[in-house]
Write a protein of this length. Sequence first.
Length: 458
Amino acid sequence: MLKRAVKLQGDRCPQLVVKGQAFPVKRDLYLVGFGTRQWCDGLSYLAREMLLKPHSKIQVIEGAKNNLPDSEALKGAVAIQELTEGLTADDLLLVLISGGGSALLPAPIPPILLEEKEKLTKMLASRGAAIQELNIVRKTLSLLKGGGLARLAYPAQVVSLILSDVIGDPLDIIASGPTAASSHSVQDCLQILTKYNLLLNLPKSVETVLSSSPSKPTAPEDYSHVCNIIIGSNTLALDEAKRQAEGLGYATLILSTAICGEVSRIATLYCQLIRLVCLGFAGLGEGPLSDKVRGNLLQLAAELEIPGLNLAEFLHALRGLGPERPVCILAGGETTVQLQGTGKGGRNQELALRVGLGLHRAQAMETSSTSGRCEIVFLSGGTDGQDGPTEAAGAFCSPELVDEALQEGLDVEAFLSNNDSYTFFSQFQGGHHLLVTGLTGTNVMDIQTILIRATERS
Ligand SMILES: Nc1ncnc2c1ncn2[C@@H]1O[C@H](COP(=O)(O)OP(=O)(O)OP(=O)(O)O)[C@@H](O)[C@H]1O
Ligand SMILES: O=C(O)[C@H](O)CO
């Protein structure tokens, strides 16, 4: 991705060219990166291929195991801070940012200790704070987050290349926006701490920092030396997936890149959508049954409040697709699982299993005129290659999964009630339905793929 995004041009007056935008390297080019493994590889690549000086050095620090800031991450943050502070107007700082960056760049504002900040972040997360809320608090308590890194680098030109792992690609939330102007104030932070009942039990150091924080975020004009560029996102991944699916002969539609919400409700959304396509293939796209499914879908989508989703428009486009060509529906985002059991799984495997169960139930209720006409495959996977604490990226299912599992003595509902989707998929057909890619080195959230093919014509 970096190779495609970045080029260095010109010998005497070199320029860094990112997606067609040129940035002159007047004196030195500095690189810092924090996030996925791809950035380490990217830094090595950039250093090998592009750094100008023979004395150039590269240092890789691995930290933040399990996405929690640790002493290694702190060491990296201090090194980055020191490097950044010394830059001049003739320098160019290239920053590589991706998900996980918040834990990898911990620089608590003194007198806050790393352990105090980590404890507060953990408490917020365990009380259900969304990533937006978590990162608003992190920004307020950090030297480098919330645009801090960019401000320290001034007057150097800063170019940030960003992989987005947050719905909507908000620059000031991804990795807590170290080079982005923050639109949040200390009041926003206080509101979040109040919402999660944490305001009254804050460590003294956090209270001290909060009481001396400026009441307004730094003005956007203070970031005129910064250029933030998203070079990887769920949207880009889905666009490429669409291209591939179309190349394979599928009529392909993208539903949304912002699918979020409780996994069981998202499973229902997908099952209804699949049902609607199958009804259309059976020549029942117009009529009371389709109208009912369509109505249910629209209501569910309204309740889920998926950002930017225009389901009515999508369903309209869907109506135009006939059974002549197989259909591929693509979607992306990040669902949530409310853990109730003690099993092993991830949100993608749980989603696939729930869709398998939903499709099975729907088929059991269908009449012979609407069932048995479609071959269906549903897949959900994390683009980082790791779904929850498992070695799989996700899983796929079909409506036959429940019956086939039963033949092996596996009860899908029992596995689901224990959040044990990974154990299920590992045992079912020898793990055949697990998606195992290994770590991909990147992370642009999750992707769902629905493939539907008509098997007989009405
Ligand atoms: N047994 C389980 N069944 C289903 N989901 C689970 C289970 N255990 C953990 N999860 C889910 O896995 C996720 C935590 O794993 P991970 O650390 O990979 O998440 P993340 O950091 O949010 O994901 P990512 O790195 O993909 O952005 C949470 O969404 C959590 O609800
Ligand atoms: O690092 C983080 O803050 C999350 O991965 C969101 O980008």
